[in-house]
Design a protein around this ligand. Structure first.
Ligand SMILES: CC(C)(COP(=O)(O)OP(=O)(O)OC[C@H]1O[C@@H](n2cnc3c(N)ncnc32)[C@H](O)[C@@H]1OP(=O)(O)O)[C@@H](O)C(=O)NCCC(=O)NCCS
Length: 332
């Protein structure tokens, strides 16, 4: 049987920084309030002519180069995004694949909001274990600034842009294999976090520009409580099912939504500070890109080493949630 190995990581962060002080000139907020409630100090914002696919390509180039796998051997590209280049089609994965020169590799997007990277990890694992594909490029890429209402202080303080990518490959060596991936969803909480306008569910006049905007809307406080509950339950279950103690996790890489949410989950799992990966202060919430950007951060800081076990954990609009037990298994 083929197993799926997490071979490499790459990320891209746009250069423009939007700080808490900048936001305080745009809406009624302050650096002190944002820092205390979220842990976010700044987020990066893509240039106007820089699309989600452009960021995805830059992250993917690094991931492919670091994987040691020839790009002609990549046979599938999956992108997790809620801010695609184009509404509906073509998919951002197809654009990324073509910009990278990956020939006719299978390419498609999935929509699972902030849990997107864990969903595409599960897809890559399943395709490889079934023998259908051998080398899969997975990308979380978001230009959330394009769907953020910068007059709404309840949401605009949270989100940023960026991309992260990984190469997942077939291996015979079980020690290198992704151990498990859990995913779940519950649409009864759909109204906590959504883009209510612009789709076929929108009943507004088609000429009403404002009603057709794809801006995110969120019930922050309720989202916060459900996030802590769901994230904790999910990681407890995946650890238990695989007979792994939280002390065996080298890197806990949670979705970077809010420092207080991450702290609550880390405390519930009795994780030590050095086990918890934190990038929320400098990138904010980059939805499907947040986990691979955080993994890239520890990789580039030299903290992530061959064979070390990562526990990934995410939660997002939908609601969706997921977790994964992933050893880092580079080829070189
Ligand atoms: C958004 C969030 C930071 C708000 O923090 P909170 O402690 O829940 O704050 P509340 O929404 O209860 O609002 C408290 C007060 O702060 C105000 N407030 C909201 N945003 C503010 C801001 N940016 N600056 C200053 N005040 C703000 C509210 O208007 C409210 O004022 P009031 O008491 O006079 O009515 C927090 O709920 C959160 O992070 N939620 C999770 C969001 C998330 O992670 N979403 C993505 C999931 S993937």
């Amino acid at each position: 049987m083929a197993y799926a190995a997490f071979r490499s990581i790459g990320a891209y962060v746009p250069s423009k920084i939007l700080s808490n002080e900048d936001l305080a000139t745009m809406v009624n907020t302050s650096d002190e309030w944002i820092t205390k409630r979220t842990g976010i100090k700044e987020r990066h914002i893509a240039a106007q002519d820089e699309f989600t696919s452009d960021m995805g390509v830059k992250a993917a180039e690094l991931a492919i180069e670091r994987s040691g796998i020839d790009k002609s051997d990549i046979d599938m590209v999956v992108c997790a995004t809620i801010s695609p280049d184009y509404f509906c089609m073509p998919s951002t994965a197809t654009i990324i694949s073509t910009k990278l020169g990956l020939g006719n590799a299978t390419a498609f997007d999935i929509s699972a909001a902030c849990t997107g990277f864990i969903y595409i990890l599960s897809i890559a694992k399943a395709f490889i274990e079934s023998g259908m594909k051998k080398n899969i490029l997975i990308i979380g890429a978001e230009k959330l600034s394009s769907i953020t209402d910068y007059t709404d202080r309840g949401t605009c303080i949270l989100f940023g842009d960026g991309a992260g990518a990984a190469v997942i490959s077939a291996t015979d060596n079980k020690d290198e294999a992704i151990i498990d991936v859990h995913t779940g969803a519950d649409g009864t909480f759909a109204d906590l976090l959504m883009t209510p306008n612009g789709g076929s569910g929108s009943v507004h006049d088609s000429l009403d520009q404002e009603a057709n905007s794809c801006f995110m809307q969120m019930k922050g406080n309720e989202t916060f409580k459900v996030a802590v509950r769901t994230l904790t339950k999910d990681v407890v279950e995946i650890l238990k099912e695989n007979n792994i103690e939280s002390s065996e996790i080298k890197h806990f890489v949670p979705h970077q939504a809010n420092y207080r949410i991450i702290k609550a989950v880390g405390d519930a799992l009795k994780l030590k500070e050095e086990q918890v990966v934190l990038t929320v202060a400098k990138y904010g919430n980059t939805s499907g890109a947040s986990i691979p950007m955080a993994i890239n951060d520890i990789y580039e800081r030299g903290i992530l080493k061959q064979g070390e076990l990562m526990l990934l954990d995410a939660f997002g609009g939908g609601l969706t949630w997921g977790s994964a037990l992933v050893p880092f298994s580079p080829l070189k």
